[in-house]
Write a protein that binds this ligand. Sequence first.
Ligand SMILES: Cc1cc2nc3c(=O)[nH]c(=O)nc-3n(C[C@H](O)[C@H](O)[C@H](O)COP(=O)(O)OP(=O)(O)OC[C@H]3O[C@@H](n4cnc5c(N)ncnc54)[C@H](O)[C@@H]3O)c2cc1C
Length: 305
Amino acid sequence: MNNYLNLLSEFNAIVGTGNVLVDEPMKYHTSFKVGGPVDMLILPHNYEEVQKLIVLCREKDVPYFIMGNGSNLLVKDGGLRGIIIKLTGLNKITVEGTRITAQSGALLSDVSAVALNNNLTGFEFACGIPGCVGGAVAMNAGAYISEIRYVLESALIVDDEGTLKRLGNEQLELDYRNSVVLKRGYTVLESVFLLKSGEYNSIKALIDDLQGRRTDKQPLEYPSAGSTFKRPKGYFAGKLIEDSGLKGVTIGGAQVSIKHSGFIINTGNATAGDIMSLIKYVQNTVQQKHGVELHTEVRIIGEDE
Ligand SMILES: Cc1cc2nc3c(=O)[nH]c(=O)nc-3n(C[C@H](O)[C@H](O)[C@H](O)COP(=O)(O)OP(=O)(O)OC[C@H]3O[C@@H](n4cnc5c(N)ncnc54)[C@H](O)[C@@H]3O)c2cc1C
C-alpha cells in the first residue's frame, strides 16, 4: 500500500505535475533492470526543489533516498516505502580555466567529453563509468588509473535538514567506495573538479584505451551494476570468486558472469531475489573456500516481496 499519497499535491507543488511518478517500478531506473515499485519517484530540476523536498520529507517523517543513474543500485522486489529523489534532471556542466563544475545528474561520460573538448586531463578514468557525478562522489568512484578523490576540489551538498554547505576535498572523507556523503546521508548538488591542461590527442588516446579495456573484459552486453563486491584487502574479488569455482553459476536469471567473475549479471529475466540469493551464495562459498568475507559494493535498498 502506498503510504504517502496524501502528500502527492505537496510534492507536485514543489516539482510540478508530471515530475512525481507514483508506484514507479524501479526496474526502469536501474542498470540491473530489476526492482519493485517505489511509493513515489520524484524528478527535481533545480537545487531549490531538492532542498524543499528534503525539508518536506523531514517535516512529514517520510524516508527519502537520493539516486543518480541507478548504476550501482539493487532495489529489492517488494520495492521501497518512501520516496526516491532522482537527480538526472540537474545535469549542467560548465568550464572555467582548468575547473569543471558539474551538477549531480550530469553523466560522467559527458563530463569526460567536456574535459576532452577543453583539452583538460585527469578525468579520463571516469569515461566508461555509467553513473552520474553525484553518485560518483558519494561512492568515490574509480577505475584503472584514478579515483574521484584525486580530481575533486569541492562539492555543494544539502544535509538532511535542508542546509546547503560547500565541502572541500578533505571534508568529503573520500575513501575506497565511501565518503561522508554516504556516512551522513548528505545530498550532493554539484561538484567542482580541478583538472590539468593537456593535449587533445593524448587525452583521446587514453580514453580509447580505457574504453577498449572495458569492452574486452566486462560483460557490457548484459544488465548489471558493475563490480558486485568491494575489493577485499590483499585480494581481487573476481579472482577469489573464479578460484572458488563460481564462474557461470546461475540462480534463476542471475549469473556470475563468464566474462568477468566480479560481475553478477541479469541474463534477461532475473528478479532482485535471484540476484540477492546469488550474492549470498557467492559470499558463503568464498568464505568457506578462502576464509575471506566479501562485502557488496552495490547499494541494496527496499524490501522483499
Ligand atoms: C557496467 C558498469 C561498470 C561500472 N564500472 C565502475 C567502475 O569502473 N568504477 C566504479 O567506481 N563504479 C563502477 N560502476 C558502478 C557505478 O557506475 C558507480 O558507482 C557510479 O558512480 C554510480 O553512480 P550513479 O549515478 O549510477 O549512482 P546510483 O546508482 O544512482 O547511486 C549509488 C549510490 O550513490 C548515492 N547517490 C547518488 N547520487 C547522489 C547524490 N547526488 N548525492 C548523494 N548520494 C548520491 C545513492 O544514494 C547510492 O547510495 C559500474 C557500473 C556498471 C553498471
